[in-house]
Design a binder for this molecule. Structure first.
Ligand code: ADP
Ligand code: MG
Length: 596
């Protein structure tokens, strides 16, 4: 139960409305209890008339009054039910929407490292728990709480009218509660198990769909299917255990209830034969006992489900409880204009990893200058960029912007000054115009088009079936690598940042699209500072400063001319390997001297 309560505290504003729904529900419960009482009175009047205790006229008058009371009762039930349904439906809709917004919002604020370690499908699965939890809460407020009140009321009435029967029904209800509550405990391990496995199955499915090309090309279908089937088999075992336990509990309860009702009927009938109860009393006692049994069933079900909901809530809370590792400092200021960047003895290890990805990196990048990072793959180039974007904080040392630690700026303003073009371009399944405007929501179509022109993208977009309205497909699957790259550059142009970061932006391109992309990049870089990571050294020859990295350390630094001439140096070695390749080197990226 405690997880459910903690989850509910994320939407405290609905407390008042919940009380309203419960109040109307309780009124309904009281009305439901009054009905058997009216039946009893009618029967007593009738048997009074039969035995001659009441005159025909007296009897008729009382019956008319009772029938009128019954009518009022039914009308009240209809009105209250309608009111309650409406109230409850509106409440659920509002509550579930708010809840989803809160969780979604929290997800968008988490640090990158969180998303690097969890499966997307698992997040989806946990997200789905919101609907489940709110539905359960709704049936609790709408029916169950009122049912509990109604039950207590009926039991009181029964105990007052026929104490022995009240006692027996009390015992039957107690058995129901105890068994239902214990079932929650008995089924806990199975529930935890099947929910975890269901989450894993969703994760595997999402992974397979996301990597379908790789799966196909390696003929990996049997392997992924095996993994899925195996997880499903484990899931079945857990579900089966759950069902067996629940089945056993339900059987015990049904037997207990049947015995209870049997004893009640026997006692009431014998009591009537001995003249202890009137005909009306018997009717009242039997109706109440029967209603009690049918009221307790949904309550027991609700208690039963509580366990499942509680573990769903626990899984949801795990999403809500992850604190962003990287957070804005309390007095963080907005970065107005990025001028200089510097790394000061920066060392960094990824969370949960012992080895350092970067060791004592230092450099200064002045305004309008270009820095290139080269080195073998895995040497830490991308990691430098991640620290600069503040996806992570350094383990040691400082990253400075305009001479101040970047932790003193708000993350939003810092990232607003950076334009990033990566090897893998992330596109949303939306049209091209929206994808470009993602950099600056609210940009006009003219601005989007101007950016596309600067990025050499306007001409290929013009050739698409619906031009700027063309949908790009999931992650941009309908565009070629070079086209996606130019959309990404258009984004960066539109954003108009002060520092450009290019991480292997052209590595995956063929030479023809590379030429178009290079041209676009040169326009983008003009007049801005830049950090370029390039695999092909020919693209960095014009950089003001080149850092050569190896295993997280800077092993050489300087301009191209110096590094190329150092005998035995890593840069010179990489250069000689590359120039021996028979491919024509593309034009130098920097300096840019082609017309815009
Ligand atoms: P490069 O961009 O030079 O190829 P990276 O900066 O991506 O290299 O990686 C440097 C090192 O950090 C590598 O050893 C890599 O395995 C490790 N690494 C990269 N990303 C992560 C991560 N998210 N979690 C843990 N280790 C990582
Ligand atoms: Mg990299």
């Amino acid at each position: 139960m405690k997880n459910i309560w903690r989850a509910v505290r994320f939407i405290p504003e609905y407390r008042g409305r919940v009380v309203g729904v419960v109040a109307v529900g309780s009124a309904l419960g009281a009305l439901a209890t009054a009905a058997p009482q009216v039946y009893k009175m009618v029967v007593d009047v009738l048997s009074g008339m039969v035995s001659g205790r009441l005159s025909h006229e007296q009897g008729a008058r009382r019956v008319v009054i009772l029938v009128a009371a019954f009518f009022v009762l039914r009308v009240a039930v209809v009105v209250f039910s309608a009111l309650q349904d409406k109230q409850a439906d509106d409440l659920w809709l509002d509550a579930v929407s708010t809840f989803r917004q809160r969780v979604f919002d929290n997800m968008t604020r988490l640090s990158i490292d969180y998303f690097e370690k969890v499966r997307v499908g698992e997040i989806m699965d946990r997200f789905g728990a919101i609907t489940q939890i709110t539905m359960w809460l709704m049936s609790l407020t709408e029916g169950t709480l009122a049912n509990v009140l109604q039950m207590l009321f009926m039991l009181g009435l029964l105990a007052w009218r026929a104490p022995p029967i009240g006692a027996i029904m009390g015992a039957v209800l107690a058995v129901n509660f105890v068994i239902s509550y214990r079932t929650v405990g008995w089924t806990r391990p199975y529930r935890r198990g099947w929910q975890r496995l269901a989450g894993k199955m969703t994760g595997l499915l999402a992974e397979m769909v996301g990597n379908i090309s790789t799966v196909r090309s390696f003929g990996g279908e049997p392997a992924v299917k095996d993994r899925y089937d195996q997880t499903q088999a484990e899931w079945r075992v857990m579900r089966d255990g759950l069902h067996r336990t629940e089945w056993r509990s339900a059987l015990i309860l049904n037997i207990a209830n049947a015995i209870g009702v049997f004893v009640v009927v026997a006692i009431a009938s014998l009591g009537a034969v001995r003249g202890r109860y009137t005909a009306g009393d018997i009717l009242l006692v039997l109706t109440l006992s029967q209603s009690l049994i049918s009221t307790v069933a949904p309550i027991a079900r609700q208690i039963n489900q509580m366990g499942e909901i509680d573990s769903s809530a626990e899984r949801l809370l795990e999403l809500l409880d992850v604190e962003a590792e990287v957070r804005d400092a309390p007095g963080a200021v907005d970065l107005e204009r990025l001028e200089t960047v510097a790394f000061e003895n920066v060392s960094f290890a990824y969370p949960e990893k012992g080895t350092l990805a970067l060791r004592e990196i230092s450099f200064v990048l002045g305004q309008g200058q270009s820095l290139a990072l080269v080195g073998p793959s895995g040497s830490g180039k991308t990691t430098i960029v991640k620290l600069l974007m503040r996806f992570y904080d350094p383990t040691e040392g400082r990253v400075l912007v305009n001479g101040r630690d970047i932790r003193e700026y708000t993350q939003r303003s810092l990232r607003a000054a950076l334009g990033v073009v990566l090897q893998d371009v992330a596109l949303f399944n939306d049209n091209i115009a929206e994808n470009i405007a993602f950099a600056r929501p609210g940009a006009s179509l003219d601005e989007v088009r101007a950016a596309a022109v600067a990025a050499n993208a306007d001409s290929f977009i013009g050739g698409l079936p619906q031009g700027y309205d063309t949908l790009v497909g999931e992650r941009g699957i309908k565009l070629s690598g070079g086209e996606k790259q130019r959309v990404a550059i258009a984004r960066a142009v539109l954003k108009d940042p002060q520092l450009i970061i290019l991480d292997e932006a052209t590595s995956a391109l063929d030479s023809e699209s590379e030429h178009a992309v290079q041209q676009a990049l040169q326009r983008l870089l003009r007049g801005r500072s830049s950090v370029t990571i390039a695999h092909r050294l020919s693209t960095v020859v014009g950089a003001d400063q080149i850092l050569v990295l190896k295993e997280g350390r800077v092993v050489e630094r300087g301009p191209h001319a110096t590094l190329a001439r150092r005998p035995g140096g890593l840069y010179a070695r990489l250069l000689s390997i590359q120039t021996q390749q028979p491919i024509a080197p593309p034009p130098a990226l920097i300096p840019a001297d082609i017309p815009a």
